[in-house]
Design a protein around this ligand. Structure first.
Ligand code: ZN
Ligand code: ZN
Length: 502
């Protein structure tokens, strides 16, 4: 197939400053001067824990709101400045007592001064990826998340590993802000190929030769349109991007998307108070290929919405996809997370049960007690073979696979290793200026396949690209270590400290 993906968007790059008045250090309540401020989950607003004053959430400004007008690369300052060798730890100076307070940004952007107990916040977008542009505050409470996780696991107890069943408790679930890149895309798609519409299906032949066949009409099909995609969300920590990880069930966290990203508010470290966070460690250049490929998948699925008559599928022979503009924001999105480490010999697998802390969407992986599942599947297999002997049915050979099918259904029900975010259909998009061509070519009779040969209009490419990208990021990180990235890290930390002292 001829594909044409022009990603050489002109060098037009615009950086939008989103941190403007953000200052590191003490963030004081305007009413009483206290620094103990955290999210009130009932209102979604920040609240002073001392005088109960509530703050109106801020929105970031300066970004393009009409995606169809996007041109070139628009990058918010929080999505831009990532330096792979910047240090995780940042030292702030307490303005009350002068003590130096170290924040480990790999899990937090706040720390309490040991001496005067004031809270110190990291709000400036220093280049270590810890401070994004926007945050989506937790709205699902811990108790609701616990109930949701218990319900999910409760339905998967029978084949669960006995050790897991004994140890399972939701007392220690964690509220985590994971880093994502939110991308808006303005693109133009031009697809052409052939599509088939079924007109009739019937049987031919007798007895052993009896076979179902199909008549269909063949059309030449073209779809050309503009597409505006909003809030495509991609993980921006290299660890989470790795959905095929052998050590962690990352696909579980991926699968609880989408979030209502249109409701993000301007980042403020106080939103993270009481929660943990995982910082971003990738740059736009690391994930651009993934975003571009996923955008094209979204366009392909948008075209499908205009082609319901081709019930046997469409085969695109030419797919042109041109990205005219892209807009990037760095975000923290909220997840309630239960994790369980399964140890099998010298292999370890971290199982997650995750709850989207906005929509309550829940997904998980439960360790399986394999001997039990295999024994039960064997009984099902035996029952299948007996049924095959006694039942009269055209496809009775299918009973031969009863045990295998049962095994697979249960395996996926517990492990959900195939779960993922179906971004191609769940991401918000709007198409406009649609040009359609549907030209009748010919009638085809007695086709043996129920679906068009070579149909490719429902394929998804953005999931396999993912694995290659993860590999390249890991390699770059190794190079970084070899070239002594630490010296640079020290320089940046010194600079951050100096700025703080001024
Ligand atoms: Zn106050
Ligand atoms: Zn202090």
């Amino acid at each position: 197939m001829e594909t044409n993906q022009e990603n050489n968007v002109s060098e037009d790059i615009r950086i939008i400053e989103t941190s403007n008045d953000s200052k590191n250090g003490q963030d004081k309540c305007p009413k009483c001067g206290a620094t103990d401020i955290s999210l009130n989950q009932n209102t979604g607003k920040l609240r002073c824990n001392f005088c109960r004053h509530e703050f109106e959430p801020e929105k970031i400004s300066g970004m393009e709101t009409d995606i169809s007008k996007l041109e070139g690369q628009v990058i918010s300052s929080g999505a831009n400045n990532y330096n792979a060798s910047a240090s995780d730890t940042v030292t702030l100076k307490c303005s009350s007592c002068g003590a130096e307070v170290v924040i480990d940004t790999s899990s937090s952007t706040q720390a309490r001064c040991h001496w005067c107990r004031n809270m110190l916040s990291l709000n400036e977008q220093i280049p270590n990826g810890a401070v994004p542009d926007v945050v989506l505050p937790f709205s699902v409470k811990k108790e609701e998340a616990r109930a949701s996780i218990e319900k999910f696991v409760g339905k998967r107890k029978f084949f669960a590993h006995p050790k897991f069943r004994r140890e399972f408790t939701t007392e220690n679930i964690m509220g985590v802000y994971f880093p994502y890149m939110l991308v808006d895309i303005n693109a133009h798609a031009n697809f052409s190929g052939e599509g088939e519409h079924e007109t009739k299906s019937y049987y031919i032949g007798f007895d052993e030769d009896r076979q179902k066949v199909y008549d269909a009409e063949l059309y030449h099909v073209e779809r050309e349109f503009d597409v505006a995609i909003s809030g495509l969300s991609v993980e921006s920590s290299s660890d989470r991007l790795n959905n095929a990880s052998k050590e962690k069930t990352n696909n579980i966290i991926n699968s609880i998307m989408p979030f209502d990203v249109e409701n993000v508010v301007k980042y403020n470290a106080n939103y993270l108070h009481g929660f943990t966070s995982e910082k971003r460690d990738t740059s736009i250049s690391d994930i651009k290929e993934l975003v571009d490929t996923q955008s094209k998948d979204i366009a392909r699925f948008a075209a499908n919405d205009t082609m319901e008559q081709y019930d046997r599928g469409v085969r695109w022979d030419k797919e042109e996809f041109k990205i005219k503009g892209q807009q990037w924001k760095a975000a923290y999105l909220p997840v309630w997370l239960y994790s369980y480490q399964e140890v099998k010999g010298n292999k370890k697998l971290l199982h997650y049960v995750a709850v989207n802390a906005r929509t309550k969407e829940t997904m998980g992986s439960v360790p399986i007690h394999m001997p039990k599942l295999i024994i039960v599947s064997s009984f099902v297999e035996l029952a299948g073979i007996i049924a095959m002997i006694f039942v009269k049915f055209d496809y009775k050979w299918a009973f031969l696979f009863a045990g295998v099918i049962y095994f697979l259904i249960m395996y996926f029900r517990y492990r959900n290793s195939n779960a993922r975010h179906t971004y191609e259909s769940e991401t918000k998009k709007e198409i406009s200026n649609l040009r359609q061509v549907d030209t009748y070519i010919k009638e085809m009779k007695r086709l043996r396949n129920s679906y068009m040969n070579g149909a490719n209009n429902r394929r998804v490419e953005g999931t396999s690209v993912n694995n290659n990208i993860v590999k390249s990021i890991v390699n770059n990180k190794t190079i970084d270590k070899l070239t002594g990235g630490n010296i640079v890290a020290d320089m940046i930390r010194d600079k951050a400290n100096k700025r703080d002292k001024e």
